[in-house]
Design a protein around this ligand. Structure first.
Ligand code: 5AD
Ligand code: SF4
Length: 457
């Protein structure tokens, strides 16, 4: 009864939380499997950012509950944001659930699972659903190292939890609670352990990473705690690439911009959420910056690193977004020239300050606006990738590609996906690749012949 499958919805933070739960469970003797059919226990780690994400997980849980009715020993749990957001309501809707575990209680999953299994094995009456959603003081300190024995060429490392911003559309402050920073030395220790096991690239994760430790730690030499952390991570031997996600335009100061000129391991790639190009809508979204301010940060970044790759998040169809507002978003989106973007259609979330505004922009309008941005994005990404054809860049190989014999996937420092015919020995290594062909999302290339590695490929 100890084979567990964890299915993850949503963001990188969730991926990282799932990895941490998996590592804890392995440590307790559970085995992790990669599909639900081989599992005795299925845990869904859920997302609440948009209604669609919640519906998907509810659908999946409903489906799995049928299996549970046939096999009473099968265990089904929901963790993460939707557990936090919907709590007891989930148990009413899905009475077959065994576990409902909130975002500050991931570290208690093994203990809950142990007790559920013990009760089931005791052959007594079916145990009640375990619901554990309370806030936990200092829960950021329960994020312990999740370093596994398996090689993680590129790893996500949580540096903080929660968010203190009050963006009017966003459910995250409700599901993840207030901002709390992890101690710097623990983060550094975790990354050193990762490096010792072969990790070459880390992405520092938080809802607003540049706010890291702003309340807990002092500025030193006019450098924010986040910049101090970047400097510390930069010193770690074995780590060759550093990324982070996501920063907020507020608090994106010169000390951080300068890092791109002086910390060579900091990759020339930035995910920088814009959300809208209209100041009126930004204000309604409670995003405390103007589009000019946003653009001026990008301008400064590009002055330091002209080859910077930038991605963003945009929401179309926020309540009250007129054609004129959207035209501003379109214009700035095109002029800035993003290399990648996550485009979202507005979704009303419960208990947000925008909830009372309803959802007046029609589905069709949202779809149309989404398509317009997608087209601009496709064109720009293709142009940028095509400009790389014929050039050579260092690629970090992460693992086999999903398709193609001997095909391996890697990334450039600018976070462009590269597919190359290579040998498994290159996984976890850097190698120069000459790009030969490009689509908007992928570069195809060949290893530049350099001694043994390339010949064996
Ligand atoms: N509707 C649509 N998109 C949303 N996002 C957050 N909340 C909503 C919502 N209610 C988007 C934002 C954020 C990203 C993670 O999800 O763009 O940056
Ligand atoms: Fe949500 Fe805004 Fe916080 Fe991002 S910054 S998690 S969008 S409230």
């Amino acid at each position: 009864m100890n084979r567990v499958y964890i299915k993850t919805y949503g963001c990188q933070m969730n991926e990282r939380d799932s990895d941490a739960v998996a590592a804890m469970l392995r440590g307790k003797g559970y085995s992790l499997v990669d599909n639900e059919f081989d599992a005795d226990v299925v845990l869904l780690n859920t997302c609440s950012v948009r209604d669609q994400a919640e519906q998907k997980a509810i659908g999946k849980a409903g489906h799995l509950a049928k299996r549970k009715r046939k096999d009473p020993n099968f265990i089904l749990g929901i963790m993460g944001c939707m557990a936090q957001n919907r709590g007891d309501e989930l148990v009413d809707k899905l009475p077959d659930l065994d576990l409902v575990v909130g975002t500050q209680k991931f570290h208690r999953v093994p203990e809950h699972l142990d007790s559920m299994i013990a009760t089931l094995q005791g052959q007594g009456p079916r145990p009640d659903t375990i619901v554990d959603l309370a806030e936990e003081l200092d829960s950021q300190n329960t994020i312990k190292s999740h370093v596994d024995d398996k090689l993680q060429v590129t790893a996500f490392v949580s540096i903080m939890q929660g968010c203190n911003m009050k963006c009017s559309y966003c459910i995250v402050p409700k599901t993840r609670g207030a901002e709390r920073a992890r101690p710097m030395d623990e983060i550094v220790k975790e990354i050193k352990e990762l490096a010792a096991k072969g990790t070459r690239e880390v992405t520092l994760l938080g809802q607003i990473v540049n706010q890291y430790g702003i309340r807990e730690f002092p500025f030193v030499d006019k450098k924010s705690p986040f910049v101090q952390l970047l400097e510390k991570v930069h010193e770690i031997d074995g780590i060759e690439r550093i990324r982070f996600t996501s920063p907020h335009p507020v608090g994106f100061k010169d000390d951080l911009i300068e890092c791109y000129g002086r910390l060579p391991k900091l990759c020339e790639y930035l995910h920088f959420p814009m959300q809208s190009g209209s100041d009126r809508i930004l204000k309604a979204m409670r995003r405390p910056y103007s589009i000019e301010k946003f653009r001026s940060i990008i301008k400064k970044m590009r002055a330091v690193r002209p080859d910077m790759y930038i991605s963003t998040d945009v929401i179309v169809g926020f309540p009250g977004e007129t054609e004129e507002d959207f035209e501003l978003t379109r214009k700035h989106f095109e002029e800035i020239g993003f290399d990648m973007a996550y485009l979202f259609k507005y979704s009303v979330r419960p208990d947000t300050t925008a909830e009372p505004l309803g959802d007046p922009v029609t589905k069709e309008q949202k779809e149309e606006r989404n398509q317009i941005l997608l087209e601009i994005l496709g064109k720009r990404s293709l142009e940028r990738n095509q400009a790389l054809v014929g050039t050579v860049e260092e690629v970090l190989f992460e693992g086999p590609a999903k398709k193609g014999e001997n095909m391996f996937l890697g990334r450039t420092r600018g976070n462009r996906v590269v597919l190359v015919k290579a040998s498994p020995r290159l996984v976890g290594q850097f190698a120069p690749v000459k790009f030969e062909r490009a689509t908007a999302s992928t570069l195809f290339g060949e290893l530049v012949l350099e001694g043994v590695e390339a010949q064996s490929a």
